[in-house]
Design a protein around this ligand. Structure first.
Ligand code: GLC
Ligand code: CA
Length: 596
């Protein structure tokens, strides 16, 4: 196995250059993207009808959240048949048509591989639960109850990510099965060699059928410590505790990923793993390091968890700009120095909208905020992910959203638990609702806002989840027409990355004035001396801030200019070392040194 850190000689730059590093991904949430037949649910034909929009933005890869057959307890992350398509989304033939339409535009298709668990309606689980001796019994994790004082308890104290115990008792055979998510999402038992073999078959099937790669759901949870010990008490208020020490990056994870990696390599396929609960880049490097041949890159959660409080995701926490800088700098430098690779994102179907969480979504600053965050993302090293609507600067759900509007199992379970425990505590309820408006997964699941016609042009029927009320003001049609829009700003960023990949995709990263309380500034240096260096300056405050160009920033030495900014008047201007710049509210700019 190749070593993990700096010990091997510098490989040739060319062996580190990959198509998947220079690509950007557009993430489509099928249920909420575009409804072609008026049933209120987005579908594959709807996606096909919008491919030119995605292409025009400048994305290279389209990633679809799960479209497979599923009872939809967790929006398709509970798969009942990996070879079938959820009927409201379409058919396998529709997927073929989508793949062809994507390929004909020079783009690639990435599917979502959910193999930590299946749906409880999957035939494998139906067999498994039917009897202790069924050949599929061992495809899942079954354990005998523990009895204390004559009372039946689950085999350990692990908590499910969606609340309550991670074990459910099944009357039929008198045992508990493991589910790290909902009880309708039983965890597969990867220790049984038939399980990885079945997964390999699924992977090959879809690659042969036209997919170009996979996003792999909670992939670092697939190997569990087979002793299944009790977790340490980290949340004393609850009987259920996080068991992450026993299943996050578990004992056999890399063995499993290397087997998958072999298949992916055969097809030169794209892969990004979702890795929850890992803040140590060394752990992620084991999967994404050059020469490891496991997966291309992984999503970490350090940024999107900054505003999670101590007890759970919905407890409040105020994050600080210094934390954001430290986290970005840590991952940028570590992956660059160790030949790993980052997946760059701030939004997806599990996160609140980034303008609302990390910048300012008020009418005055929303647009500038969206452009500022686009600049932060677009000027980092890594493969860039844009989630539908992010390219328009869509914000979180409105302040007046009642609890009835939410659809997400995580939010609803949290609410039910809260009401059961504290039925008469209006201030706790209000705090929870406020936190949902910030972090509920439904914030990013409201329908895509295409135009100002009813239901934002998403559907002619009643959408499965309410449309955001601001769609008449904020929609794709209006932005595509307006060269100054967030959409075209994103498009420029994606172009800039393509033209200057040596600097913006592959270059090194260094914070500038790390302790500045309001401004996030950094320098990107290319590997070739003929490419320009870049200085990126971001004022994270909704007011003017005076910033002094550091004397040490050799990037500004003469002949350079601002090439991109959310303040158009800034474009073309020069910077002088030690000179001061008055930055407008949420101002962002990218300065290139003189090009040789
Ligand atoms: C991932 C998915 C999320 C899902 C969970 C369980 O985190 O992104 O939407 O609920 O895994 O599959
Ligand atoms: Ca539909």
């Amino acid at each position: 196995m190749p070593s993990l850190e700096n010990t091997h000689p510098e490989p040739l730059q060319s062996s580190l250059q990959k198509w998947w590093k220079e690509s950007s991904v557009y993430q489509v949430y099928p249920a909420s993207f575009c409804d072609s037949n008026g049933d209120g649910i987005g579908d594959i034909q709807g996606i096909i009808s919008k491919l030119d929009y995605i292409k025009r933005l400048g994305s290279d890869i389209v990633w679809l959240n799960p479209v497979f057959s599923s009872p939809q307890v967790d929006m398709g992350y509970d798969i009942s048949d990996y070879y079938g398509i959820h009927a409201p989304y379409g058919t396998v033939q529709d997927v073929d048509e989508l793949a062809a339409a994507i390929h004909s535009r020079g783009m690639k298709l990435v599917l979502d591989l959910v193999v930590n668990h299946t749906s409880d309606q999957h035939a494998w689980f139906q067999e498994s639960r039917s009897s202790i001796t069924n050949p599929y019994r061992d495809w899942y994790t079954w354990k005998k109850p523990v009895f204390r004082n004559g009372e039946r308890h689950p085999p350990n104290n692990w908590r499910s990510y969606f609340g309550g115990s991670a074990w459910t008792y099944d009357e039929q055979t008198g045992e508990y099965y493991l589910h790290l998510f909902a009880r309708e999402q039983p965890d597969l038992n990867w220790e049984n060699a038939q399980v990885p073999a079945a997964v390999h078959e699924i992977i090959r099937y879809w690659l042969d059928r036209g997919a170009d790669g996979f996003r792999m759901d909670v992939i670092n949870l697939i190997s569990k410590d087979q002793r299944f010990p009790d977790a340490p008490i980290t949340n004393p208020g609850s009987p259920w505790q996080s068991g992450k020490d026993f299943y996050s990056c578990g004992p056999r994870l890399h063995e499993y990923l290397q087997e998958i990696g072999k298949i992916l390599k055969e097809y030169d396929a794209f892969s990004v793993g979702e890795m929850v609960e890992v803040d140590d880049p060394k752990e992620i490097l084991k999967a994404v390091g050059h020469g490891r041949d496991e997966i291309n890159m992984a999503f970490h959660f350090e940024i999107v968890n900054m505003d999670h409080g101590p007890s759970d995701k919905f407890s409040p926490r105020q994050w600080g700009l210094h934390e954001l800088k430290e986290i970005v700098s840590k991952w940028q430098n570590f992956m660059h120095d160790n030949h790993g690779w980052n997946a760059i994102y701030l939004e997806n179907h599990d996160q609140g909208r980034s303008v609302s969480r990390f910048a300012s979504d008020g009418p005055k600053h929303r647009e500038q905020s969206a452009k500022l965050l686009a600049t932060l993302l677009g000027c980092q090293s890594g493969t860039l992910f844009v989630y539908q609507g992010q390219e328009l600067g869509m914000p979180n759900v409105p302040q007046d959203w009642p609890v009835d509007n939410y659809r997400d199992i995580e939010t609803l379970n949290h609410w039910k638990e809260l009401i059961a425990r504290h039925p008469e505590n209006p201030s706790l309820h209000e705090t929870a609702l406020e936190q949902y408006r910030l972090k509920s997964r439904d914030n990013s699941r409201t329908p895509m806002q295409w135009n100002s016609s009813p239901n934002a042009g998403f559907s002619v029927g009643e959408p499965w989840i309410p449309v955001h009320s601001d769609y008449t003001r904020l929609n794709a049609a209006a932005q595509v027409k307006d060269p100054g829009s967030v959409y075209w700003y994103w498009s420029k960023i994606l172009q800039l990355r393509k033209h200057h990949a040596d600097t913006l995709v592959y270059g090194s990263f260094a914070l500038v004035e790390p302790d500045h309380p309001d401004v996030f500034a950094f320098v990107r240096r290319p590997s070739l001396s003929t490419s320009p260096s870049a200085l990126i300056v971001l004022n994270f405050r909704p007011y003017d801030v005076t910033w002094t160009v550091p004397a040490t920033t050799e990037v500004c030495k003469a002949g350079g200019q601002v090439v991109l900014s959310n303040y158009p008047a800034r474009i073309g201007s020069e910077l002088v070392q030690s000179g001061s710049v008055s930055l407008g509210p949420m101002e962002a700019f990218v300065y290139f040194s003189e090009q040789k």
